[in-house]
Unconditional design. Structure first.
Length: 324
């Protein structure tokens, strides 16, 4: 699935930017980034329309790209899954919902939850020319920690939302999300050690609750990376001119690191789990070295150049791909 924003969404963003000072948005974006790095939540720094618009310019493309990658993997793992309803918890700018509709165009209804009215307003503004499910999304201003139970949905999303929740409340939120899920639950977090720890905690809670883990893990055992590394992936996305200006960037692309988890009800049919490449392949003179998470745990394979058939297949593998 493409990491590029759908044309309709790009057009909606451009329309929202019409007549808005790019310098002012860049300044707001910088202040927001500083606040996030200092550990503040979005509620503390995103209060007005221009605040959320600055956030959207700098973060919506990367959020969309990460969600598109994660949901694309969900669709690959469960090819028969065809959700008709969507619940996006902590909807923000709506990026995850757009990625869901690109993955499953058959979604007919959507419910959005967020505590920030500025986010809900901008998400609705962007969706005004989007697919019917997004145009007609039922938006609710709610506190994710106090408003469950929520409407049930075939597909439940929470992207970059757990980071907004106190650590001791995150499991309760994950269980509430799972209770609302009739099919697949997708969680996406920043690809940092802290983001990985949040995903790992959610994974343990969901396994205890009876969920099947579809991706990225090929097993339901303890994560073999604990204490050695953290499980995360990367997606490259193009930067628009406004994106570059808002971030003060010269390079025309951005690499978004993310961690994710796809969990499903046992009723969702899935294909067999296969070993997954969990680090960039290393190409050397002898061949290609792969770091893999397999059903048996962590493994390292080297595919030599002399094995021309296997080498030709392996050289096409990338970080995050499955083997076999």
């Amino acid at each position: 699935m493409s990491a590029e924003l759908p044309g309709t969404l790009r057009g909606a963003i451009e329309q929202a930017l019409d007549g808005v000072s790019r310098k002012g948005l860049a300044e707001r974006a910088a202040l927001t980034s500083q606040a996030y790095r200092a550990g503040q939540s979005s509620a503390a720094v995103i209060r007005e329309t221009d605040d959320v618009l600055a956030y959207a310019i700098t973060r919506l493309p990367a959020t969309y790209a990460a969600c598109a990658a994660a949901l694309g993997e969900a669709a690959r793992m469960a090819p028969g899954f065809a959700p008709a309803s969507l619940l996006d918890a902590g909807v923000g700018t709506g990026a995850a919902s757009w990625a869901a509709l690109e993955t499953w165009p058959g979604v007919r209804t959507a419910a959005w939850l967020d505590s920030n009215p500025a986010f809900l307003a901008l998400a609705a503004r962007f969706a005004a020319q989007g697919p019917p499910a997004l145009r007609q999304a039922q938006a609710q201003r709610v506190d994710l920690l106090s408003s469950a139970p929520w409407p049930k949905a075939d597909l439940v999303l929470a992207s970059y939302a757990l980071a907004e929740i106190a650590a001791d409340r995150q499991v309760a939120l994950v269980i509430a999300l799972w209770a609302a899920c009739d099919g697949v639950l997708a969680l996406v977090e920043p690809g940092t050690p802290a983001g990985y720890r949040r995903i790992l905690t959610a994974r343990a809670a969901l396994i205890d609750a009876g969920a099947d883990i579809l991706a990225p893990c090929p097993h339901a055992q303890a994560c073999p990376l604990v204490g050695e590394d953290w499980c995360h992936f990367s997606v490259r996305l193009p930067r628009s001119r406004d994106h570059r200006l808002a971030k003060g960037a010269e390079v025309p692309f951005e690499d978004e690191r993310f961690s994710y988890l796809i969990a499903a009800r046992p009723t969702v049919a899935a294909i067999a789990r296969m070993p997954r490449v969990i680090a960039p392949p290393q190409v050397g003179k002898p061949g290609i070295a792969l770091k893999l998470c397999t059903p048996a745990g962590l493994e390292r394979w080297v595919v030599g150049k002399r094995d021309k058939t296997a080498f030709a297949v392996t050289r096409r593998l990338d970080w995050g791909d499955v083997v076999g």
